[in-house]
Design a binder for this molecule. Structure first.
Ligand code: DOR
Length: 442
């Protein structure tokens, strides 16, 4: 199954049409690209044949927000383990965040990550450059990068940029995409004092980092983006208030993302998961879940990403507020959303748009996000009929847990293909495959 080959024939799959209709087809791949999509049996013209058994063939997922912890925090995750989790989850490309050790804030630290990924990653990769108060020139100079990440709150040390003057200078200088983690740091600090006597309460985190903290930072980022006509992406939107604000004020150069956990989990999760439910921005209420779904359905929210942010169980077991924020996600992303499609909450065509096509468009990722002639053969075959629970022992992420353990999901990847090579096949990994650096349109 894992022979290297120049050409691959995927026999008898189903494509998801634009209107969600399932179309039987075969797909031919040559030199890592999609060479034909056909109903004729032309398998004899190819080196290797993969029997797709009628499974759904989807474009590989592009997870545009992950924290893979290398270098410096490899006890939680590294680029190899994370990329195995990606392969198992049908994620064929990722965009990774700069809060590693050292921080990714200049060309040398970016080059180091690119080299490590070239050696270790089974899937394709791109990296953000992190904004500090002192690296304005590097932000616009380093190559290649998917964009500038600003933590407006929820971060300590050099990556925290909460000073309005510094923020204004970053928005005013250069053209590159700016992606923001929008929470008002000052408000969070004040509310930590206010809630100091209630830290034992399981859901206090959502009160400290409240919806107003998120709204205020989102408002500021949008205001700066409009003032300087600067390309802005708002990461992991979490509140109904932000959806309503963006419905009024979003303009064509602003895009917005939501995570599965902000759609599917809410504050009640603290009472079952404890600090495993703790993340930034925090989980909100069922009302927020509903309005986020609505925003995604009507296009206020453009696409989805996981914010895969693994921490060890020992770290998570520390008492709040010493328990770190974040949860893993790449492995469960696609099955969670295909299960939602199965339940009728969204369509298969929307899942393809939200997990592959739109993130590729938003970040200008060249040649990815669609199943079309000439596009890169980053693909995933899923069995949409077979149900299976999320099981801890099967997880590939180094942290070894998931907030979705026990959830019965359908649409687990059976085969994942990166650049025309089979990297994952029903529980087995092809360790010979390596991803490539993503290319971004200027
Ligand atoms: O919950 C989170 N964890 N949110 C972030 O923005 C950072 C992340 C992490 O790196 O652990």
């Amino acid at each position: 199954m894992f022979n290297t080959h120049d050409s691959l024939w995927i026999h008898q799959a189903h494509l998801v049409g634009d209107q969600g209709q399932l179309q039987p087809c075969h797909v031919g791949i040559r030199d890592g690209k999609i060479a034909e999509i056909t109903i004729e049996d032309r398998r004899s013209a190819y080196d290797q044949v993969l029997d797709a058994q009628g499974w759904l063939l989807l474009p590989g997922v592009i997870d545009a927000q992950v924290h893979f912890r290398e270098p410096g925090l490899e006890h939680k995750e590294d680029l190899h383990t994370a990329s195995r989790a990606c392969a198992r989850g049908g994620v064929t490309s990722f965009l990774e965040m700069p809060n590693t050790r050292p921080l990714t804030i200049d060309q040398a630290t970016l080059d180091d990550k690119l080299q490590r990924a070239a050696q270790k990653s089974l899937v394709n990769y791109g990296f953000f450059i992190g904004a500090t108060r002192y690296n304005l020139e590097e932000l616009n100079r380093v190559q290649p990068t998917c964009g500038i990440k600003i933590f407006m709150g929820s971060m300590h040390g050099d990556l925290l940029v909460d000073d309005p003057e510094v923020l204004e200078r970053i928005f005013a200088t250069g053209k590159r995409l700016i992606a923001v983690h929008a929470e008002n740091h000052q408000r969070i600090l004040e509310r930590r004092q206010q809630f100091a006597q209630e830290l034992h309460r399981p859901d206090v985190h959502s009160d400290i980092q409240d919806e107003i903290a998120a709204l205020q930072a989102t408002e500021l980022a949008v205001q700066l983006s409009i003032k300087y006509q600067r390309r802005l992406h708002i990461l992991h939107l979490s509140t109904a208030l932000e959806v309503e604000f963006l419905r009024q004020h979003k303009c064509p150069w602003i895009t917005v993302e939501v995570t599965p956990q902000h759609l599917l989990l809410n504050r009640s999760a603290y009472f079952t998961l404890g600090s495993l439910a703790q993340m930034n921005p925090p989980l909100r209420t069922p009302h927020d879940n509903e309005v986020l779904w609505q925003g995604l359905q009507d296009g206020v929210i453009d696409f989805m990403a996981t914010d895969h942010a693994p921490h060890t169980l020992a770290e998570k077991a520390r008492p709040y507020p010493d328990s770190p924020s974040g949860m893993p996600g790449v492995e469960t992303f696609l099955p969670l959303m295909l299960t939602q499609a199965k339940k009728g909450r969204c369509t298969l065509a929307q899942v393809v748009q939200w997990l592959s096509t739109k993130p590729a468009q938003a970040y200008g990722i060249v040649n990815k996000g669609k199943i079309a002639l000439g596009y890169d053969a980053d693909l995933v075959l899923v069995d949409w009929e077979h149900e299976q629970p999320v099981r801890r022992e099967e997880l590939q992420t180094k942290c070894g847990w998931s907030p979705f353990e026990g959830w019965v999901l359908t649409g687990w990847p059976q085969v994942t293909i990166v650049g025309g090579q089979i990297v994952y096949y029903q529980g087995q990994f092809n360790e010979a495959v390596r991803g490539k650096p993503l290319q971004f349109q200027a």
